[in-house]
Design a protein around this ligand. Structure first.
Ligand SMILES: Cc1cc2nc3c(=O)[nH]c(=O)nc-3n(C[C@H](O)[C@H](O)[C@H](O)COP(=O)(O)O)c2cc1C
Length: 334
């Protein structure tokens, strides 16, 4: 008997994707070759390596420092500042064009920003270069005791509003988990015009080398246990927002993809599992999702997407604090 045909096609940010596995912004997507390898392995879309706000600032700073004239005419400084930006942006726009020429799946550039500076202009240029959508990775540092949470949250909404005013392509916002009311923040960003929320960014983690008294980088790659924060947030908010939800962090195999779809993710984004297992691991994960769907008699993702979100429990308790009360742990097991 022939197996039922299974479709992994989906929509994300209004775009058609052949599969729900999107390659997240990382070094694997910083060239047309990398982007092509991801698409050939079955990626539904590709988020390009981010352009960083600091990257632009650093380029401008170097040009300023290299000048022999100690008395900058303000207009000259303005010109150099604009030139530095054009340089960094120009290289990035070339990457977008090359990536678009290399693949037929959506190409989503990314900008990593910390302030509401002129991202609207960059967004227009990205759109003109052929981008299918834009991902804003916003991280407002929370270490300033004079900034209130309301100040910090307003920055996210200002950047989003500025970019949205300038472009007609969809805009996704990649955010961290650490808000005092993550659910309300997600709702505000949804209402503020985000077409998608990417949950959650995995921040650089500092560590200390106690022999050399140096600050060193923590682990660059995630482990599967890190998926829980995203799983819970997607389960709690899916079906309650207009925007799409892209689940990311700690998704390393087909089972993890299925879990995120079950709680209501529109797509997943992966990076670490491709560094650990190489890009063809996308094909393996998709095969695992397909095999599970066949075993469960599902033919398309919408047959089961969101089936296990919070609303699936009449009292809504499955993803909440009460689970700790039920849990008993025998220390001898460890
Ligand atoms: C080497 C490396 C480089 C990354 N660079 C970026 C980046 O430029 N912009 C960004 O938004 N995320 C970046 N990320 C974060 C990933 O897109 C992703 O959000 C994070 O790694 C969690 O997903 P994962 O568990 O599948 O790795 C990077 C991740 C890695 C491992």
């Amino acid at each position: 008997m022939s197996e039922p045909s299974v479709s992994l096609a989906t929509r994300y940010l209004g775009l058609k994707l052949p599969s729900p596995i999107v390659v997240g912004s990382c070094g694997l997507t910083d060239s047309a070759e990398g982007v092509r390898a991801c698409a050939e392995a079955g990626a539904g879309a590709v988020v390009l390596k981010s352009m960083f706000e600091e990257q632009i600032e650093a380029e401008v700073g170097q040009m300023m420092a290299a000048s022999e004239d100690p008395n900058w005419h303000p207009e000259a400084a303005e010109y150099i500042s604009a030139y530095g930006t054009e340089n960094a942006v120009g290289e990035y726009l070339k990457l977008i064009e090359k990536a678009k020429a290399a693949v037929s799946v959506p190409v989503i550039p990314s900008v990593n920003c910390v302030t509401p500076r002129g991202w609207g202009k960059f967004a227009r240029q990205v759109e003109a270069a052929g981008a299918d959508a834009l991902e804003l990775n916003i991280f407002v540092p929370t270490s300033d005791p004079d900034s209130t949470s309301a100040d910090n949250e307003a920055t996210y909404l200002r950047v989003l509003a500025e970019v949205n005013k300038q472009v007609s392509i969809p805009v996704a916002l990649k955010m961290g988990y650490f808000f005092s009311s993550i659910a309300q923040m997600m709702r505000k960003l949804d209402a503020g015009g985000a077409d998608g929320l990417v949950l959650f960014n995995r921040f650089y983690a500092p560590d200390i080398d106690i022999d050399r008294f140096q600050v060193v980088a923590g682990p660059a790659l995630s482990v599967p246990e890190e998926m829980a924060l995203t799983l819970r947030a997607v389960a709690q908010l899916s079906g309650k927002l207009k925007c799409d939800l892209a689940a990311t962090t700690g998704i390393h195999d087909g089972a993890a993809v299925v879990k995120q779809l079950l709680v209501g993710a529109t797509v997943v984004q992966v990076a670490s599992s491709l560094y650990r297992n190489r890009i063809p691991h996308i094909t393996t994960m998709l095969d695992e999702v397909r095999a599970w769907m066949v075993a469960k008699n599902y033919t398309k993702l919408d047959d089961f997407r969101g089936k296990m979100n919070k609303d699936a429990w009449p009292d809504g308790s499955a993803y909440d604090r009460v689970q700790f009360m039920k849990r008993t742990v025998n220390a001898d097991q460890y």
